[in-house]
Design a protein. Sequence first.
Length: 367
Amino acid sequence: MSLIGSIFRNQSPWGSSGPTGGSGNGSGSRREPPNIDELIRNIQNKINRFMPGGKSGGGKPIVLGLIILLVIWVLSGLYRVLPDEQGVVLRFGKFVNTTQPGLNYHLPFPVERVLKPKVTKVNRIDVGFRGASDSGRSSGVGEVPEESLMLTGDENIVDINYSVFWVIKDAGKFLFNIQSPVETVKATSETAMREVIAKSEIQSILTEGRSNIEIEVQEITQNILDEYGSGIQITQVQTQKADPPSQVIDAFRDVQAARADKERSKNEAEAYANDVIPRARGDAEKILQEAEAYKKEVVATAEGEASRFLAIYGEYRNAKQVTQERMFLETMEKVLADIDKVIIDKESGSGVVPYLPLPEIKKKSGS
């Protein structure tokens, strides 16, 4: 029952207990106006009964309020981790676990609290130089010789500047395993770079070997950071500059020019050799093949002549006269076939020499 209802229970709006009986003629008695002071006192008494210190039900509002506060406190443990964050849960200041992006829950303050570092942000550290924003200057790049000058494997000095890019891989390890992440990454990358440079020659460092150096430095740096349990992922090592020291750069360029001339002459000689040697080998192979063919031809001819001689010899043994005449005629045919001839008929008379122009006839027949 409501407070107002309990106040006015069994009472008329005018403060009387109910309608008064009338006379027999049906006329009621005259109503009196309400007592305002008494009405206020009744309201105050009813309110005091529900307030602390009241005579009945005084603990109900306190319990209800405590329950509401407890619900609010429990719900305060809900928190949201954004896609570029990781949640790090601390229980009384001690690291407990990490949570992934999304809606998560932890025991409300002061039992637990959550840190949410940005884990997808790419951080950059410059080694060997400082940019304008780092050095505080308005423009230009500041060199740091104590970081950039390194000794190579062939006992030369190289001035190398490079940048290291990294992100947070494990937020819990990142926050509690290392004290100064930036200095740690810088020191480990410089150590790795000096190790790799000490195993490399300056010519390779200044030319085609940069990409291999960057990959090797990234691997060594990552291994060291993993041993520390740093929770850092190295994404890239980028070489900005690799030159000899400024004091000797002119002499080094002269040496480089001489090496370039040497390399050019060597390449020209190799090109000439690559042109001459294959042709010489081809000519030699051609001569060998021709000699082999000539050998086979001579042997075959000799074998043919021997076979022919043996065949003729067999016929000669059977008919000497006939064979001699045939051989004479064949020989004369071969001899006379290649010379100019004039045929004279000795039986012709009257001092006229008959002449048969066989060479002209031969030329006409050939044409």
